[in-house]
Write a protein that binds this ligand. Sequence first.
Ligand code: SF4
Length: 390
Amino acid sequence: MRLGRRQGTLDTISGPAALTDEQRVPDTRVTTMQLFNRAPASPTAPVKPGVRALLADAQPDGSVRCNACAHRCLVRSGRTGICGVRVNTAGELWSLAYGAVAAAALDPIEKKPLFHVDPGSTAYSISTLGCPFHCVFCQNWEIAQGPRLGLDIPLRPMSPEQVVAEARRSGARSIACTYVEPTVFLEYALDIGELARAAGLRMLFITDGYATPEAVGLLGGVLDAANVDLKSFDDAFYRKLCGARLAPVLEAIEAYRRAGVWLEITTLIIPGANDDEAQLRDLAGWIVERLGPGTPWHISRFHPDYRMRDVVATPAATLLRAAEIGREAGLHHVYVGNAPALGLEDTRCPGCSRVLVERNGYQVRSHLAAAGACPGCGRLLEGLFTGVPT
Ligand code: SF4
């Protein structure tokens, strides 16, 4: 299991080597909290299903159409969908992921990354197993592909009430459904989200954007913010490297925006795969046109992982050029992640260029005035700000 500090990855995937409360890192407010029990059976084994799935259409032949994500799997009796955690049991679709937590950690919100949501705060982050994507460069592939690969991943049963209680106990200001595509645990996320709202916590998704419009319709009622991976602007990239398609991602991003969810976009730049300048220009232009120039765009440095270990890490020059392309397209906030030496993670006021939030790794110093205002020109920074973090 991996120890890492990169955006979007787990600091520690739970298991025998996981850290305990006493091993928290004191200076960065990053902690990893849970030591999970080993599950008695693989989630793909015929274990007792969690809850009946939403957005499921039973078919006359006993199969069920799952409409949670854009794959819209036709799941035969006794089988799971592509994500491996939604199973057809006797003509009904059930979620195996409900309440079965594969990873939980207290992360800086900058790690999600959501730079325009309460900077300097922490997000209690959880994940189940399973993912509709099969990205060959996945950084969390053990839990994302665990059901498909038959891996025996330790799980911890947690009710939505327990998740919210842990989040409150940890001092988090938000709960993030992350590490794998959270649409696969839609029902669990919805229940957590309702309780989070009642507890005064924000609800966040870190997502590949594959939710259907129906799923976004449900999630819009509980989600405050989402960071959506827009991995490429090329459908062939999605098909070949992720087992998915581009168009549903673009549709979902716009649906989240219409639902009033604060959005930030992340693009992992992989040398030779999605670093074409014309394509990056189109992608950045699409963000400006469809979401607005105030939408943060996080360019992220690729590191070799999973089944893409033969590609080098993204060169600094490529990242700098991508950032330049984003700014040329009109984006006000272009950040470069996983490359701290470049120093491109500060937030500046789009009105007067004053530095509003300084970031050095996960050390954050905010100069924002109340409600996210620039103390220089008074312009309101776009995002969600409950106050000045301590
Ligand atoms: S969530 Fe997506 S991948 Fe999983 S069963 Fe439903 S449609 Fe298939």
